[in-house]
Design a binder for this molecule. Sequence first.
Ligand SMILES: Cc1cc2nc3c(=O)[nH]c(=O)nc-3n(C[C@H](O)[C@H](O)[C@H](O)COP(=O)(O)O)c2cc1C
Length: 203
Amino acid sequence: VRVVKAIGIAGSPRRTGNSSTILRAVLRGAESAGAESALICLNDLTFRGCQGRERCAPAGECVVRDGVGPVFAALELADIWVLASPVYFDGVSGQMKTFFDRLHWLTTEEGKLKPRLCGTRHAALILTYEDRPRDDYSKLAETLGSYLGWMGDFGVVRVMSEGNLGPSDAASRRTDLLASAEDLGKALVGELKHGTPRREAGE
Ligand SMILES: Cc1cc2nc3c(=O)[nH]c(=O)nc-3n(C[C@H](O)[C@H](O)[C@H](O)COP(=O)(O)O)c2cc1C
């Protein structure tokens, strides 16, 4: 039986901050349902923004060579993507936005919109923020989630939008949040196993 692979992308510079803490709980939940997981902290990587030259369309890959390159390969192999970011000025963090822009190559072929990822994946988007109540930034997460559909077949995209958290270690004390994050991770694996399996490259 093929092992389900989950990849977590942390968009916060705070390694043990709120969004990364919830992200790790989702990955723990996925692991408890039998998945393998990997965590990438974008802040550890040196990478540039999309250069907008559209050279990826004919090339079939991002032509900017820098620290984010190996993450693309890991994303292609992963069945479950979990993206987590703090809200900065009503958007995602600069790290997450810059990373997301670099995924443009997954959306186009021969100059036309075409999802390049093979097979079915599931995803979760996690946002944490301070000043507004839970779910207030759901729309922001849903917008990002809808762009995943430009990259491939994302059967399920779940959202966690958690506000009024307080200090950066607040999520680690919210056992309710951590439990729902673990449940979410478990559910993503379960839904994937009972849905269409992802095709292996070359199939
Ligand atoms: C540059 C910056 C901008 C922020 N902008 C917002 C904002 O627009 N709305 C909000 O509710 N919180 C805002 N915050 C608070 C963070 O979203 C909040 O502390 C979040 O829980 C941090 O998540 P993290 O611990 O994963 O980094 C901002 C924080 C920073 C540092």
